[in-house]
Design a binder for this molecule. Structure first.
Ligand code: TXA
Ligand code: MG
Length: 350
């Protein structure tokens, strides 16, 4: 398939709106359009069209039991597609538009192929203006998983998208790098409480502040490796994700102990590569290392994590990647979750 790759400055100009309008037309015709959002790029198709959903799974190489998020342009649109509630409106008013996805009972107009046969649907209202314009002009909700090949880290830049999906989709709206850089927070709404299934830019603390701590549960899949018969609430969370080619090992210990361990590994393990803070650079000269951002800036670490994981794949002779175990406060929980998944939750105490 020939992919139209269209560069966008995302400047809000009339010219760019006309380009986005063509993308919207593509969506209505059942075609696939990649578009930027504030979290990561999305691979979009008409969420009311069962065939479009099938094309999305094929383009990504994704198992079809893993449901898609539908993206809407106005809070009021949600009730057409799912059973809304007071809890939904409280959360939507607080956090939409933005990086929060809410799972609720679906209405019949959403095809089973979009939800992987589940009776619930995940809904999000993105804040990125290009995404918002595309959805509004399409006039239909847009089903969109992250625009990566299944198993690769989610794409945060147009280069990642083009690398993964050129030739597999009809159009790529090649805009700016994603602001947040990690996928949206996913929660399931149940009566008067929510279950956190995937941490993201709307943090656990944000949810607790709005709803009270007793009304927010963190699903164990966020924090630990689950195996055997465990049936996750969210099918996607059971797949191995975000993994670079070389195995990742998280180091746990005091700051001094971790640095000492990394220096030792530099000498004794020739294939070792390191994910480090900007401040560490002087200690890693001549080593295979990728910097993720300043030590005390978890938002920057979130923004850069997926690009860092992709960078390790471009390096020669990397046999193992060592990283510090991230702190779990605020957006740090999302960084921890993605890195821990990349590591298969392998932790070495030092
Ligand atoms: O930030 C994001 O959420 C991006 C952008 C494009 O919006 N999208 C994204 O989609 O990350 P995806 O498909 O890569 O991840 C959606 C996750 C999957 O793990 C899926 O299993 C889960 O949400 N999910 C979707 N619908 C669900 C449902 N009805 N019940 C449980 N989990 C669901
Ligand atoms: Mg994804």
């Amino acid at each position: 398939m020939k992919t139209e790759i269209i560069p966008l400055h995302e400047d809000g100009s009339k010219e760019e709106e006309a380009i986005i309008a063509r993308g919207a037309e593509f969506i209505r015709e059942g075609k696939l359009v990649v578009f930027p959002t504030e979290t990561v790029y999305g691979l979009g198709g008409n969420a009311l069209d069962a065939e479009a959903a099938k094309k999305i799974y094929a383009a990504k190489g994704r198992p079809s039991d893993n449901p898609l998020i539908i993206h809407i342009a106005d809070i009021g649109d949600a009730e057409h597609y799912c059973e809304t509630s007071d809890l939904f409106y409280r959360l939507a008013c607080a956090f939409w538009p933005g990086p929060l996805t809410m799972i609720m009972k679906k209405k019949p107009c959403i095809p089973d192929s979009v939800t992987g046969g589940m009776d619930t649907v995940a809904v999000r209202l993105p804040s990125n203006p290009t995404a918002n314009t595309l959805i509004r002009l399409a006039g239909v909700p847009i089903a969109a998983p992250s625009a990566n090949l299944s198993g690769h880290p989610s794409p945060t830049t147009k280069e990642h998208v083009i690398f993964d999906l050129d030739g597999r989709v009809d159009m790529i709206l090649a805009g700016n790098p994603a602001d947040i850089g990690l996928e949206s927070t996913v929660i399931k709404l149940e009566d008067d409480r929510v279950i956190l299934l995937r941490p993201g830019g709307v943090t656990y603390e944000d949810l607790c502040t709005l709803l009270g701590k007793d009304h927010v549960t963190v699903d164990r899949i966020v924090l630990e490796k689950v195996t055997g018969d465990f049936k996750p609430i969210s099918p996607g969370m059971k797949y191995r994700h975000y993994a670079p080619k070389a195995p990742v090992i998280l180091l746990n210990g005091t700051e001094e102990a971790i640095l000492a361990a990394m220096k030792e590994k530099q000498k004794t393990e020739p294939g070792a590569a390191f994910l480090i803070y900007d401040e560490d650079k002087p200690d890693f000269e001549g080593c295979t290392a990728v910097t993720i951002g300043p030590r005390n800036d978890p938002a920057m670490q979130a923004h850069r994590l997926f690009a860092c994981l992709r960078a390790f794949d471009d390096m020669e002779n990397v046999t193992v990647i060592y990283a510090r175990i991230p702190g779990r406060e605020g957006i740090g929980l999302a960084v921890y979750n993605r890195l821990a998944k990349a590591a298969g939750f392998t932790v070495q105490d030092v």
